[in-house]
Design a protein around this ligand. Sequence first.
Ligand code: GDP
Length: 534
Amino acid sequence: MATDLSNRPKLPAEIARRRTFAIISHPDAGKTTLTEKFLLYGGAIQMAGQVRAKGEARRTRSDFMQMEKDRGISVSASAMSFDFSGLRFNLVDTPGHSDFSEDTYRTLTAVDAAVMVIDGAKGVESQTQKLFEVCRLRDLPILTFCNKMDRESRDTFEIIDEIQEMLAIDVTPASWPIGVGSEFMGCYDLLNDRLELMDRADRNKVAESIKIKGLDDPKLAEHLPKHLLEKLLEEVEMARELLPELVPQSVLEGHMTPIWFGSAINSFGVQELMNGIGQYGPEPQVQKAEPRNIAPEETKVSGFVFKVQANMDPKHRDRVAFVRMASGHFKRGMKLTHVRSKKPMAITNPVLFLASDRELAEEAWAGDIIGIPNHGQLRIGDTLTEGELLRVTNIPSFAPELLQGVRAMDPMKSKHLEKALMQFAEEGAAKVFKPSIGSGFIVGVVGALQFEVLASRIELEYGLPVRFEGSQFKSARWVNGERQDVEKFVNLNKQHIAHDHDGDIVYLTRLQWDIDRVERDHKEIKLTATKEMM
Ligand code: GDP
């Protein structure tokens, strides 16, 4: 049912029915509520409310510290799969806090589309804008859900204008709200000529849907009071004149977003949005890789790690690598090549995340997200294939913007600390640098809150109180060049040199001046703010 407008070959049915996406929003806009309703309609849970309840149980049970709860942020991303109307949805949860932009960026490399949730009373908020910019870097298709229409909300044209202006994207209404606040009755579905009426009495009930023969159908007057019907007709006429029509290809290219209006808590507009994801959200896409790109329909299996989460279950000290399947039909027990080490890996206990439970994944298709428990072999950016040495290249590692030294309160425990730091570095939760002069470590993050998160996690998971302290260094760059040149450079700049957790050489800087100096005096060396993970 997907709108296939590309000239790529038709995908096998199992792949074509997959929709892998993330939700982006500002805290409180309704992401959790919408997720619950997705799962409810997806049959993954019996009753809305369970995601939250289970989420909290999991948090207190494992590594999610009080702080996360206090601040209402989610530090860890997870994936959920469910079926709806013949489609398989894979929803990847994005960490909600602005301090975790790198993590968020990586999460968004694993999806083919994003649903942007905005609060009808608040419009485009700061976090929405930031996340949107990240999606734009990849030209991700975006579908918009304007939530909380059951409450006093802004004028519909004003909301649409704000999105167009602030995000520089064409907005086309897929539905049009009828009445505002306590008078809100539902929406006119502009794509299917249907009247959708909201039931305020039963929040889990699917809206009453009435098929209409266009806006001059007299049936409309049977269901809507005169003043609301008049307003609807007037607004839709204006909208059709002033706003662009839906062009599926523009949606796929990320230049246009269709917007649905609804109320997640009242289950209103959610199914229409899900149908929209099915119809306009893309099928699994080609993944950028070296030396060649990977197409989803290739029969050989491949996938890449976009997220590593440690200690999901404190009893087992396991790590789970979240893998986005890039091609083929994976079956449990397959032996795949771990391209970075060129070693085979038998994938015997892959996990599928259904609602918030895990279960063994007997199979997976391109587009799916599976979890592979491992002891640290799998790192962010790793590619798995059936033998061909392909490397997915869309996951960069960013130069940290904030650096601090770290030490264990108990100096006898510094070996323990090293182990903990290495684990977090592998997870991608922080950069860890070992300076070539002196002892100790320098930790680099992209947002200040991450230092607190790390300190609590090291204490909780390793029983190791630590202290972060100021560092003379402010930033880090990876050093690239011919081997002899790099060696010479390292010898001349020992006080600035450190190694990251992969053993790669970085140049620690105090001021921009340091970087300028290297660029001026060492033309043979290239300093980069990102390192492609290998
Ligand atoms: P998140 O922070 O984006 O995950 O937002 P939540 O889903 O936790 O919702 C934030 C608050 O808004 C909660 O109190 C929800 O009950 C409420 N909420 C969510 N959707 C709606 C809605 O459609 N209407 C109203 N009135 N409240 C909503």
